[in-house]
Design a protein around this ligand. Sequence first.
Ligand code: 4AD
Ligand code: MG
Length: 464
Amino acid sequence: MSVRRSSVEALLSSQELDREVLVKGWVRTRRGNKYVQFIAVNDGSTIHNLQVVAAAESFPEETLKDVATGACVAVRGQLVASQGKGQAVEVQATEIEVLGKADPETYPLQKKGHSLEFLREIAHLRPRTNTFGAVLRLRHALAFAVHQYFNDRGFYYVHTPIITGSDAEGAGQMFRVTTLPDQNPPLTDDGKVDYKEDFFGKSTNLTVSGQLEGEVAAMALGKVYTFGPTFRAENSNTARHLAEFWMIEPEMAFFDLQDNMDLAEDFLKYLVRYALEKCPADLQFLNEQYDKELLARLQFVVDNEFQRLTYTEAVDILKKAKQKFEFPVDWGTDLQSEHERYLVEKHFRKPVILTDYPKEVKSFYMKLNEDGRTVRAMDVLFPGIGEIIGGSQREENLEKLEQRMQELHVPADELWWYLDLRRFGSAPHSGFGLGFERLVLFVTGMANIRDVIPFPRFPKNAEF
Ligand code: 4AD
Ligand code: MG
């Protein structure tokens, strides 16, 4: 008789006891004495381990020796009510097969309690820790929730290019994509690298944002979103920046800035609520292990309205603040993360949406306000994170857009297709970008963005 393999998750929540089961997973710990061994098995389906009880007399000493931390095992046995504390059920093993050994002398996760910094150096093994298991399951749940949210509301998922021929958005420094040889590349008459000879016949880069292409789709499909990798080569060695990160960018025809803010707030609350509902065990673990206020903070975001105010109002508050800032605040300067965090964490003590920034500190495509000085921008600021969303209403007027491009030296000839959207059937529209890892950072309560993506890319790091 052959039993089908069950997940640890399914077994731990099973009401059907006293039956034969088969489970496969990785050994987290093994303890016991010469009569009985207790083996904690985890297969990634849940943060909880399954306790396997093995009577020493039933197994060759060789087998039990190989059932070491990190080894992969297949266990057949009886699922029974557990005698011990800490678990409702356990498996009384009748057969144990070691599928893959792990030498206790060299297995890097032999002991518990490694630092997150150390774990970053073994990115290929850290998913086997409780912490990264929890983070990766939450990351999955949040990604799934993004698609669920938009699909339920009539948005279409569009795939914008990763290799881009326009480097005009100015959202960040770009990574070049080329097949030209690095030794003696073809040169033009005036001694520059001749990109006409390159794969695409021009110089190309990795995208910093799918927005401009998202606008193309919104001007045909109405409500769209992108969810893809984006790349920024800025040398920001911070706990909130990655060189490769994932961004969600909805773009909606006929939405003004107000609609855009309403969507952003509803979307963020939905995502946090989804995580609270679908991943209680993982969040409980992270709450206990890393951040005792995590669950309370998540619930607070779901339950409270975000504070909305203009940049100008924010600057007034910051100027009156008793706190000394490293960077002085004055109308016209971009806000630093210390200012954003003061507003969110000290002044309002809740998420904040700042709007109507000076045009000088924002991108060329944002819609100019009547005052001629500010643009219809919005940044959503979160506790512990700072900016989690950046967005705006877009300039739909051709002349005004061309004027802004000229002022900011954005090459109009490269973006002819973007300008065409304003030439043919232009419409008011808005959108925003949510940094997916900043979201995961917030929801997991981790402190460093490098710990919420499986293989982080940051300056001087691309080992895995
Ligand atoms: O504010 P940003 O640069 O906006 C855009 O790229 C627009 N095109 C979005 C749009 O309107 N469609 O980036 C949006 C968000 C930020 O708020 C932040 O959460 C995240 O992307 N982000 C980063 N996350 C991790 N590492 C980085 N280097 C990031 N840069 C931006
Ligand atoms: Mg921004």
